[in-house]
Ligand binder design. Structure first.
Ligand code: GLP
Length: 264
């Protein structure tokens, strides 16, 4: 696990964009795992800018999003479909038929739909690089606390904390979805590389538990400790509660000298 501590949100976004862009250039037919939330917005802006200057091409890439609210039309301004199209997909040349986002408009046969999403990821060759944010309660995707660490894509009831965090985006409390479709923790752990981005003091406790706490289903992100290739890119504020910040900086310095490709 690499923990890269950057000064602020902008540096986090730039570092993540450097890694994603480098990976897409090295493997143009890459399968990307994408996330929503305010955290990856800066990364998407940087990637769009690289695409617009002609230095990045997504024409052979495929993407799978982590999650989607259940019950929102794709056009709903708070749906993750809308978020992804508005903030990223409509501004790059990733073919629309290869951009996958769980369909929150389905009604019934949820397990069947979710098994199909898993199969689509598998058929595409598996996710090469998964982008993640982290919820205040340590969730990744919408894998709320106590989600099985072996879980796969499924319907998940949202926790009260997540509902509270997101309610203000909706015009009324009753409009806030109570469930979501999310990749499971097992699905995420199958991706070959994971980049988790976090910014701000509100994420410090979750980040510390994920990196330094015990592996527990109470903090979904702690499952990443079992993944062989995870990079946390976090700012000083999000790193605030980590007890071993100096060691993580030392590890990054040593990595630059001995295995710099791990930072590409
Ligand atoms: C939602 C998403 C997560 C995201 C989290 C944090 O719950 N399902 O994928 O990481 O919010 O969002 P933000 O980056 O806005 O803090």
């Amino acid at each position: 696990m690499l923990v890269v501590i950057k000064k602020d949100y902008q540096e986090v976004s730039r570092e993540a964009a450097r890694i994603v862009a480098g990976t897409v250039r090295a493997k143009p037919d890459i399968v990307l795992g994408l996330a929503t939330g305010s955290t990856p917005l800066g990364l998407y802006k940087e990637l769009v800018a690289l695409y617009q200057t002609g230095s990045l091409d997504f024409s052979r890439a495929t993407s799978f999003n982590l999650d989607e609210y259940l019950g929102l039309a794709h056009s709903h301004p708070q749906s993750f479909h809308h978020f992804m199209h508005h903030n990223f997909l409509s501004q790059i040349n990733l073919p629309a038929d290869r951009a996958h986002i769980p369909d929150g408009t389905i009604t019934g046969k949820y397990d069947e739909y979710c098994a199909g999403y898993e199969q689509a990821i598998k058929s595409a060759g598996g996710i090469e690089l998964q982008i993640l944010g982290i919820g205040r309660n340590g969730h990744i995707g919408f894998n709320e606390p106590t989600s099985s660490l072996a879980s796969r894509t499924r319907l998940k009831a949202l926790s009260r904390e997540t509902a509270e965090d997101n309610r203000h985006f909706f015009s009324s409390a009753s409009e806030m979805p109570q469930c979501a479709i999310t990749m499971g923790i097992g699905t995420i752990l199958d991706s070959r590389r994971v980049l988790l981005l976090a910014s701000g003091r509100s994420k410090a406790a979750a980040v510390a538990k994920a990196i330094e706490g015990p592996i527990t289903s109470s903090v979904s992100a702690s499952a990443l400790q079992m993944h062989p290739d995870v990079t946390f890119i976090i700012d000083e504020e999000a790193a605030y509660s980590l007890t071993q910040r100096d060691y993580y900086r030392h590890v990054v310095e040593m990595t630059k000298i001995f295995t710099p490709e791990r930072l590409d």
